[in-house]
Design a protein around this ligand. Structure first.
Ligand code: ADE
Length: 226
C-alpha cells in the first residue's frame, strides 16, 4: 500500500521511522511519501494561509497549494482514497481502519490553523474523518493515528493472530494479560491461566472481556451488531 502524506509539518511524521511501520516499509509492504504542501505555493513568500472571508477566528489554509499538492500525487479515482482528518468528519474506528486497509493508495491531507478553504472538497473526492470528539491543533496527529491503525490491517504488517483477539475485534474490550514472573510483590497470575486447561482459559478470557466491557464501555454492548 502506498500512503502519501501532505502536510505543512513533515517533521511530525518521524514516528513512521520507528518500529513496526518502519519495518513494513523496509520490507516493501508499505510505502510512505511525505509531501510538503508549502513547496506547491505560488505565493512569492510560499504563504499557505490567509484570513477567512466573512471574518472569524484565525487563518485558513489556501486552496491553491492544496490543490497542486493533491494533484501531484492523485492517480486513478478507483484506486486512490483521499482522507482529510477533521473534527467535522465521521468517527474513525477499527472497522473503518480495516475497510481503508483494502485500498492500494491512500492520500492523507493534513489541515492546520483554523481549517481549509472549503472548495478543496468540491475539487477532489475527499472523505473527512475525525478521531474523536475533541479538537487538536492540526491534522498531523490524527493522520498519524489513522495511518498506524490502518497499517496494522495490511497483510504482513503484523501477525494475523494479533488482530483476532484484540479490543474491538469482536465488539468487546480485550481481557487482562500476564507474563513471567508468576509471582510479583505478592501478586499472583490468575490460577486458571497456568492450569493448562484450554477450555477453562478461553471461558475465563471471555468472562473477563465481557466484565471489562460492561464496566468501562457499556455502549459497545448496547451497540453490538448481531
Ligand atoms: N483535527 C483537529 N481535531 C481533529 C480530530 N478530532 N480528528 C481529526 N482531525 C482533527
Amino acid at each position: 500500500m502506498k500512503i502519501d502524506i501532505l502536510t505543512l509539518f513533515p517533521e511530525a511524521f518521524s514516528p513512521l521511522k520507528t518500529s513496526i511501520l518502519s519495518r513494513a516499509e523496509e520490507t516493501g509492504i508499505l510505502e510512505f511519501n511525505i509531501v510538503n504542501i508549502r513547496d506547491f505555493s505560488k505565493d512569492k513568500h510560499k504563504k499557505c494561509d490567509d484570513y477567512p472571508f466573512g471574518g472569524g477566528a484565525g487563518m485558513l489554509m489556501t486552496v491553491q497549494p492544496l490543490f497542486d499538492a493533491i494533484s501531484s500525487v492523485y492517480q486513478e479515482k478507483e484506486k486512490t482514497k483521499i482522507i482529510f482528518p477533521a473534527p467535522v468528519g465521521s468517527v474513525f474506528s477499527a472497522e473503518k481502519a480495516e475497510e481503508l486497509s483494502k485500498n492500494e493508495h491512500l492520500i492523507f491531507v493534513c489541515g492546520h490553523y483554523e481549517g481549509v478553504d472549503e472548495r478543496i472538497f468540491e475539487l477532489f473526492p475527499i472523505e473527512q474523518i475525525s478521531i474523536g470528539d475533541y479538537v487538536l491543533t492540526g491534522g498531523e496527529l490524527p493522520a498519524m493515528v489513522m495511518i498506524d491503525c490502518i497499517s496494522r490491517f495490511v497483510d504482513g504488517v503484523i501477525a494475523k493472530e494479533s488482530l483476532e483477539n484484540e479490543s474491538f475485534s469482536n465488539g468487546l474490550l480485550e481481557y487482562p494479560q500476564y507474563t513471567r514472573p508468576q509471582e510479583f510483590m505478592g501478586l499472583s497470575v490468575p490460577h486458571v491461566l497456568v492450569s493448562g486447561n484450554h477450555a477453562e482459559v478461553d471461558k475465563w478470557k471471555m468472562e473477563q472481556s465481557l466484565q471489562r466491557t460492561k464496566e468501562r464501555r457499556a455502549d459497545l454492548i448496547r451497540n453490538k451488531k448481531q
